[in-house]
Write a protein that binds this ligand. Structure first.
Ligand code: FES
Length: 104
């Protein structure tokens, strides 16, 4: 069963910034890029578990702060030549409110 939860307003996440939501699935990083697109990924790099929320957002990727792997924000897949994938979660914006979908 899908479960949309309200997680805050768009303006609460700075452009190129993130915030972390604690969920049953683990920490989820919510990113906002320079085009005001919002993405939700597990806050865990597929390499060695680095905190992606502390990485650098550029376009539709985030660079992990530990060893600089780049992870695609829309699908969680590491940019070649690195390999691996972190979970992604659906988000939607209504007005300025951000909703995250968590399966229950
Ligand atoms: S833990 Fe992210 S690049 Fe190594």
């Amino acid at each position: 069963m899908s479960n949309w939860i309200e997680i805050g307003y768009m303006h609460e996440i700075p452009r190129l910034g993130s915030r972390v939501i604690k969920a049953a699935q683990g920490n989820i990083a919510i990113f906002r890029n320079s085009n005001d697109e919002i993405f939700a990924l597990g806050d865990k790099c597929p390499h060695k578990g680095g905190p992606l929320s502390e990485g650098t957002v550029s376009g539709r990727t985030v660079t992990c702060p530990l060893h600089n792997w780049r992870i695609q924000l829309d699908n969680g897949i590491a940019v070649t030549p690195d390999e691996g994938c972190t979970n992604t979660y659906p988000v939607k914006i209504e007005g300025n409110l951000i909703y995250l979908e968590l399966n229950s």
